[in-house]
Design a protein around this ligand. Structure first.
Ligand code: MG
Length: 334
């Protein structure tokens, strides 16, 4: 890529996302934040390690699909991020950039980009890590759009220690790792690495991120700081999925629980407290970071909030669902 072309791309990125600010405002305290403590992350063997080489396990919430008009896009606010940072003790948050279905980034670039920028800037201001996830089940259908989006994101935020890329939320059970997911990932990773040499990149695995064994048998080579997504829903997934995860971990595959729920895989049903605690013990044992689905007040079991909760944070006990209370407890004590 010529220098001129890179400059033009950088300008487009600034127009789209603005430039990232890491300057603390006049009222910023000297609060120790997750990012001030851990700094630039890297992947060593099966673990995330911080700037001092310590194994680092972060906990936080995942926002819901960002799609315009779906209703949960209203939670993409600076106030929500600040409350997760200061009241819930989150170390990380996840943006679920809708990249399929009505109102997604593919239809409404402006609205969805603005929501990404709001949450990423707020994460930086509060010293949190932030995953930006291409929330699609068929990302290989829009590889060019993903390359363009992540290139611009890297140009805007790749120099900050905060940003983590998640390039494919959950491939379907019919999507082959070797022939489809891995080649897609290699294309998008190469584009990110042309701009940002070091920030972590999360790759989805087949069957809604439950076949990490497929990635363990044929991992991506030639790139550093790559993680693989393992997703679970506590009322559906149990020992069998943990055994499959351990197969991958034993082969040295670095995993992240970039999305998990306390309920069934549908996002609904009642909270399975015992299974959730079993999974959290698993996460601690293996030093895994995890992000709970989801920041939502939709009437379903996985939602953290009851209908009508404020879009801008400052929530109290009254605003929380049974899942919200359990998840807040887990985060506060992580
Ligand atoms: Mg970087």
């Amino acid at each position: 890529m010529t220098h001129i072309f890179k400059t033009i791309l950088a300008l487009i990125a600034v127009m789209m996302f603005g430039s990232a600010s890491t300057t603390a405002g006049p009222f910023a305290s000297n609060r120790i934040t997750p990012v001030s403590q851990h700094g630039q992350l890297s992947v060593v063997g099966p673990h995330i390690r911080d700037q001092r080489g310590q194994i680092t396990s972060l906990a936080g919430p995942s926002f819901f699909w960002s799609n315009t008009g779906w209703g949960q896009d209203r939670f993409y606010t600076a106030g929500a991020v600040e409350t997760f940072a200061k009241d819930w003790n989150a170390g990380i948050v996840r943006v679920a950039l809708g990249a399929q279905n009505d109102g997604s980034f593919l239809q409404d670039k402006r609205g969805n980009s603005a929501r990404v920028k709001t949450v990423v800037d707020a994460a930086i201001a509060n010293g949190l890590y932030v995953i930006v996830d291409w929330h699609s089940h068929q990302a290989e259908r829009n590889t060019a759009e993903a390359v363009e989006f992540f290139t611009r994101l890297a140009q805007s935020y790749g120099h900050t220690p905060n940003l983590i890329y998640e390039i494919y939320n959950e491939p379907l059970d019919t999507t082959d790792w070797d022939r489809t997911v891995k080649p897609y990932a290699e294309t998008v990773i190469a584009a990110i690495r042309r701009v940002d040499p070091d920030n972590l990149i999360i790759v989805g695995t087949p069957s809604w991120d439950q076949h990490v064994d497929k990635a363990a048998d044929n991992p991506i080579r030639g790139h550093s700081n790559i993680l693989y997504a393992l997703h679970f829903y506590a009322a559906t997934h149990r020992g069998e999925l943990r055994h499959r995860a351990e197969y991958a971990i034993n082969k040295g595959l670095p995993l992240i629980l970039s999305e998990w729920g306390t309920v069934t895989y549908t996002g609904d049903g009642s909270v399975d407290v015992a299974s959730t605690h079993e999974w959290m013990r698993f996460a601690r044992r293996h030093g895994l970071s995890h992000l709970n689905w989801s920041v939502s007040d939709k009437a379903e079991g996985a939602s953290l909030f009851k209908p009508g909760a404020s879009s801008h944070g400052g929530w109290t006990e009254r605003d929380l669902t049974p899942s919200g209370r359990l998840v807040r407890d887990i985060m506060r004590n992580w």
